[in-house]
Design a protein around this ligand. Structure first.
Ligand code: NAG
Ligand code: NAG
Ligand code: NAG
Ligand code: NAG
Ligand code: CU
Length: 374
């Protein structure tokens, strides 16, 4: 995505500085985000990329596909999305059974690739763009293999943060991504490299109601953050079971705040690619979970496993939202937008060189290998 020339960057910086200055912590996070998105879109409209308008391959703000907030989709649209997800979960796996013996369904192909690459695509220089590409590949599979007509919806983190059970994504209705799990007594969850304790919610067991009732996960969990949950060694182990959730309003109300949103988009944490990358992944020793991990721990249970959280069908609405924030930040920070931060390994363990924008994003059988900067 080569969105910006220097000229447009100056213009954008000027627009952003004037208009976003009006937003402050007295705003609701939902309103602040709408305004930020508006500013980000205005920025992209003056990008020199619009010169490519009309050419078949043009990708710009006028030609781009539009993802939608789940909350703003009609019941029909939501049901069609749910149908397509079930379709992927029913189609057979295309993975080489020698490589991923536990993969049974097409959905499992995504789980296997994510689990296999976990140590290089989290806490690393590939993290943001690799997950962007993963969500795109899933969206393509829904459209091309399951006849889904829309685009990947997102879960607006900042809506209904006081009670996640009322979020249209998680309210358990037939137009939601399912509700809470059944009650299962456990000792909460440990997030952020086990440094942050999350109290138990009202679930923790299988999700037995809603459109994804008794959804089967075949691989993982490897290192679940939820306590009293058993684990398996890696993605080659076939471990069919019901998907579990433990929805957490503790997480949504504590970390999906206006202050955090403003910090990562226009505040101190937004100033450089490095500070954005750090802040959205959390400052664990400070007890700050960050947007990415908060999304996972808000769903809880299976979604707290760094390796196999992708088993939860709401994973995709979380990562589409996470990616939405990334493009909004990119548009508001054109000088920093195309950089990357981090090495080739999670928290640089074992130590590796810094990633750069020519590094390759591998997707196995899900999509072709492409350089990070495309
Ligand atoms: C991922 O798959 C590759 C290719 O089969 C294999 O060499 C590697 O060990 C796997 N890594 C993990 C962490 O499972
Ligand atoms: C959870 O596991 C811990 C550690 O094994 C154990 O001490 C505790 O009793 C368990 N809690 C419940 C509610 O089962
Ligand atoms: C899900 O599993 C539970 C427990 O086995 C069962 O009672 C329930 O009927 C199942 N629900 C659906 C929709 O299959
Ligand atoms: C904003 O981010 C910086 C790190 O870049 C951090 O030190 C600061 O505490 C954050 N402020 C808030 C309000 O979260
Ligand atoms: Cu991931």
């Amino acid at each position: 995505m080569r969105f910006f020339s220097i000229g447009a960057a100056f213009y954008l910086a000027a627009v952003a500085a004037d208009d976003v200055a009006a937003i402050d912590e007295s705003w609701s996070a939902v309103d602040a985000l709408s305004e930020l998105q508006q500013q980000a879109m205005e920025g992209l409209k003056v990008s020199p990329l619009i010169r490519k308008r009309g050419s078949a391959k043009a990708c710009n703000i006028f030609t781009a596909d539009r993802r939608q907030d789940w909350e703003h989709m009609s019941k029909c649209q939501r049901k069609d999305y749910i149908r397509a997800v079930h379709c992927l979960h029913t189609l057979p796996s295309k993975s080489d059974p020698e490589w991923a013996p536990a993969a049974r369904t097409r959905y499992d192909d995504f789980v296997a690739v994510h689990m296999n690459m976990t140590m290089s695509v989290h806490g690393s220089g590939l993290f943001l763009t690799w997950h962007r590409y993963l969500v795109w590949a899933y969206e393509q599979a829904l459209r091309n293999e399951c006849n889904y007509k829309g685009y990947q919806p997102y879960w607006n983190y900042f809506s209904r943060t006081d009670n996640i059970h009322e979020s249209p994504v998680f309210d358990g209705s037939d137009t939601s991504m399912g509700g809470d799990g059944d009650f299962f007594e456990h000792d909460g969850a440990l997030g952020g490299a086990s440094m942050i304790k999350i109290p138990s919610g009202q679930g923790g067991g299988c999700m037995t109601t809603g459109p994804f009732a008794n959804w089967t996960a075949n691989m993982g969990p490897v290192r679940p953050g939820m306590q009293n949950m058993s684990a398996i060694p890696d993605f080659t182990v076939y471990n069919p079971r019901c998907l579990r959730r433990d929805l957490s309003s503790y997480v949504t109300s504590k970390w999906f705040t206006t202050a955090n949103l403003l910090n990562v988009t226009i505040g101190r944490a937004s100033w450089t690619h490095e500070s954005y990358w750090r802040e959205v992944q959390g400052r664990y020793p400070d007890g700050f979970l960050g947007l990415h991990t908060s999304g996972h721990y808000a769903m809880g249970a299976d979604a707290t496993d760094l390796y196999s959280s992708i088993n939860d069908p709401a994973f995709w609405l979380h990562h589409a939202m996470f990616d939405r924030l990334y493009w909004i930040w990119q548009s508001l920070h054109p000088f920093e937008a195309r950089k990357t931060t981090g090495t080739l390994t999670l928290s640089n363990k074992p130590p590796t060189r810094d990633a750069n924008i020519d590094d390759l994003l591998e997707m196995g059988i899900l999509a072709q290998t492409r350089p990070l900067h495309v």
